[in-house]
Design a protein around this ligand. Structure first.
Ligand SMILES: Cc1cc2nc3c(=O)[nH]c(=O)nc-3n(C[C@H](O)[C@H](O)[C@H](O)COP(=O)(O)O)c2cc1C
Length: 358
């Protein structure tokens, strides 16, 4: 339910309009230096209110680490971070219990919990719950970076606008943080921004694709079948609200390839066994090959749109027109970039600890 991982166990808690959101991360090696500033920087990347394509809702996501660190180093206690919720207005949400918003979890929550759930701000289903994922991932990535594992997520598609080229990792890392949409090309980033602004002006929303690359994961990380790198990574990615697709390497494009095209030939580079191409996305048999782990995550358009939509009054069973008021991101993809990147770090650390690589 709210817990992910076996060796690095992340438990997210809180709710969108409750007093706070946060996470507890267990299993981190002891004595690791962890920078609170670096954690805060990742949370700042996720928080809205900084750009014209983001909701003006101000969420000052200041993290308080209440357990697990002493003098900047990990102890044996769970690392617990809490972020207070501020600047929220729950007044509109009571209506959605009776008349569910299309694209949201109001209907399924009503079926499953029969009214016994915190519906304010989407409660447990809200994108705000990803604060806990970013917190736990921001801890994990510091442990990983010390072991030469690097993670980079970037926006490669917004609506129809795509980044077709492959920007080298280090250059992309800087560029992604330099624009509001998280794209590694300035010109494409502007087009993406325009696409989001257009959707917003149309009282609509737009989706997109986040690509994530993880380098430095040693060959051998991951287990066959149910604990495979793909199984665990996609399980984490599909837990992020709004995610509708995950593919590794050539993914769905592999279906149209011949084996001769899809197979990545082995070669030796600097004494290391590498593959000349990476259609496998750095994974064979569920186990990391040592090549970059590559995957793409598709996000649907933001569910909350300012246009009238049709719904049903769950008590009277009559059709009703619904207008979702309030402040919402016309596109969640830019804010999802640090979520994908940091939650991927949780998965990689979990697998590396499990396999004895850390
Ligand atoms: C960082 C982030 C922020 C989000 N913000 C919004 C938002 O402002 N409005 C909205 O309708 N959905 C938002 N979502 C997506 C919804 O939470 C999600 O679509 C909804 O809970 C239904 O879940 P599902 O799409 O996974 O089925 C956000 C998701 C993420 C990852």
């Amino acid at each position: 339910m709210n817990t992910f991982g076996s060796a690095y166990r992340v438990c997210i808690f809180g709710s969108s309009h409750g007093p706070f959101v946060g996470a507890s991360a267990q299993g981190c090696p002891r004595g690791e230096t962890i920078s609170e500033k670096a954690i805060q920087a990742e949370l700042d990347r996720r928080s809205p209110g900084k750009s014209p394509v983001s909701t003006p809702r101000m969420e000052r996501d200041k993290v308080d680490i209440i357990s697990g660190l002493l003098d900047g180093r990990t102890t044996d206690a769970p690392i617990v971070g809490v972020v207070k919720n501020r600047d929220f207005d729950s007044s509109a949400y009571d209506a959605f219990v009776r008349v569910p918003r299309p694209g949201h979890a109001d209907f399924t929550a009503a079926c499953k919990y029969g009214g016994h759930s915190d519906h304010r701000g989407g409660g447990q289903f809200s994108g705000r719950m990803t604060v806990g994922l970013v917190f736990s991932g921001a801890v994990a990535r510091q442990v990983l970076e010390r072991r030469k594992v690097r993670l980079l997520a970037q926006t490669v598609q917004i609506g129809d606008v795509k980044l077709e080229k492959d920007v080298p990792f280090s250059a992309a890392e800087k560029l992604v943080r330099a624009n509001a949409v998280g794209c590694a090309d300035r010109t494409v980033a502007e087009k993406m921004r325009d696409e989001i602004v257009r959707a917003h002006e149309d009282k609509d929303s737009v989706g997109g694709v986040v690509r994530c690359t993880v380098t430095g994961v040693p060959c051998g990380v991951g287990e066959p079948f149910f604990e495979s790198v793909e199984s665990k990574m996609s399980s984490m990615m599909f837990s992020i609200p709004g995610v509708k697709g995950v593919e590794f390497g050539s993914g769905f494009r592999s279906a149209a390839m011949r084996g001769s095209e899809s197979n990545d030939p082995f070669a030796v580079k600097g004494g290391r066994i590498v593959t000349k191409t990476n259609n496998a996305g750095g994974i064979l048999g569920g186990i990391a090959t040592g090549m970059p782990i590559e995957f793409r995550v598709a996000f649907k358009p933001t569910s909350s749109i300012a246009r009238p939509q049709m719904s049903v009054d769950l008590r009277s069973k009559k059709s009703v027109e619904l207008i979702v008021k309030g402040r919402h991101d016309p596109c969640i993809v830019p804010r999802a970039v640090p979520v994908v990147e940091n939650s991927a770090a949780c998965v990689v650390l979990d697998l590396m600890l499990q396999g004895g690589f850390v």
